[in-house]
Ligand binder design. Structure first.
Ligand code: TYM
Length: 335
């Protein structure tokens, strides 16, 4: 009998192993990755090749990559359900990235805000990899023929460029790549710094009080939330201009599942102090099991290695099919 069931959609996303994840990475991306693995075919990667666009200490990079992989497992990603791998284990990413470089315009890459930001932050190392970073990201996504890419809002521009590159390639060579759609959460797509709520929460923040690392101790999490910058009013309501409170409301909503209205009701008549403590406690509680599982996984290196080996094998199989199709279309003779 003909199989008329719609095919399961394919998901791809990645995270850089530079330091540990922040609460922003978790709420903006990884938490959604976990819920998507029941419904879709998911591929998730620790993108260590992207990380070297900024100078890395080799020992720290290796440790961070391993720790990031363990964190994905600790957050609830299941290597039996999803393909979980390290980008540097699958050479097709670099191979397709080179091809896509030849289908991407200098002007397009020059317009990327992340390139502009990072080249300003590291003026002594504006390397070619930093510039062509988005074509490697496009290769990551297009190799797996992904339909959906769950990311925070800061990656939207890269996703749009990925679609443009894919469309251009398809236009020249015929249907080759699926056009991916960004999947951006409604309420936690941009978690802001706790010290400057007009800026994105980022692990590269010089002030460690600005970001929550998902491995921070409960005491440190509570302390950081208690010293979060807010405004001089005293009303816990989500309103334009109240950047600090808005950020705390969206964090509290994401970790408790409560709506903004419920939160406003819960804290009506209470001060910011009570609210900050409640948010800190809720976040510390939500992250506690992740921290504990991460410590367990880090003790079992053999298990981690077996998972990423299996992930690399599965990913390589999928990626090789797309790469072979691309090589054929552009005219490389078969081996
Ligand atoms: P990266 O490693 O900076 O961040 C990983 C994911 O976390 C999201 N994110 C946030 N979401 C909400 N609030 C924040 N403050 C916050 N900070 C980070 C990011 O949007 C991202 O989804 N270029 C990518 C990695 C990458 C990738 C890919 C992603 C490489 N190849 C292919 C998707 C598909 C990056 O640097 O993410």
């Amino acid at each position: 009998m003909e199989n008329t069931a719609p095919r399961k959609k394919i998901i791809f996303s990645g995270i850089q192993p530079t330091g540990t994840f922040t609460l922003g990475n978790y709420l903006g991306a990884v938490k959604n990755w976990v819920s998507m693995q029941e419904e879709y075919h998911c591929c998730y990667s620790v993108v260590d090749m992207h990380a070297i666009t900024v100078r890395q200490d080799p020992k720290a990079l290796r440790e961070n990559a391993i720790s990031a992989y363990a964190l994905l497992l600790a957050c609830g990603l299941d290597p039996e359900k999803s393909v979980l791998f390290l980008q540097s284990h699958v050479p097709a990413h670099a191979q397709l990235a080179w091809v896509l470089n030849c289908y991407t315009q200098f002007g397009e890459l020059s317009r990327m805000t992340q390139f502009k930001d990072k080249s300003q932050r590291h003026p002594d190392n504006v390397n070619a990899g930093l510039f062509t970073y988005p074509t490697l990201m496009a290769a990551d996504i297009l190799l797996y023929q992904a339909d959906l890419v769950p990311v925070g809002i800061d990656q939207k521009q890269h996703l749009e460029l990925t679609r443009d590159i894919a469309q251009r390639f398809n236009g020249i060579h015929g249907q080759t790549f699926t056009l991916p759609e960004p999947y951006i959460p409604k309420t936690s797509a941009k978690i802001m710094s706790l010290q400057d709520p007009t800026k994105k929460m980022s692990k590269s923040d010089e002030n460690p009080k600005g970001f929550i690392s998902i491995l921070d101790s409960p005491e440190s999490i509570l302390k950081k939330f208690r010293s979060a910058v807010t405004d001089s009013e005293a009303e816990v309501v989500y309103r334009e201009g109240k950047d600090g409170i808005n950020n705390l409301i969206s964090i509290y909503s994401a970790v408790t599942g409560k709506s903004y209205e419920e939160i406003e009701k819960e804290f009506a008549g209470k001060g910011y102090g009570d609210f900050k403590t409640a948010v800190g406690e809720a976040v510390a509680e939500a992250l506690r099991p992740i921290r504990e599982r991460h410590a367990q996984f880090m003790k079992d290196r053999a298990y981690l290695e077996s998972c990423w080996k299996q992930g690399a094998e599965k990913a390589s199989g999928i990626a090789a099919r797309t790469l072979a199709k691309v090589y054929k279309k552009i005219g490389f003779p078969a081996l």
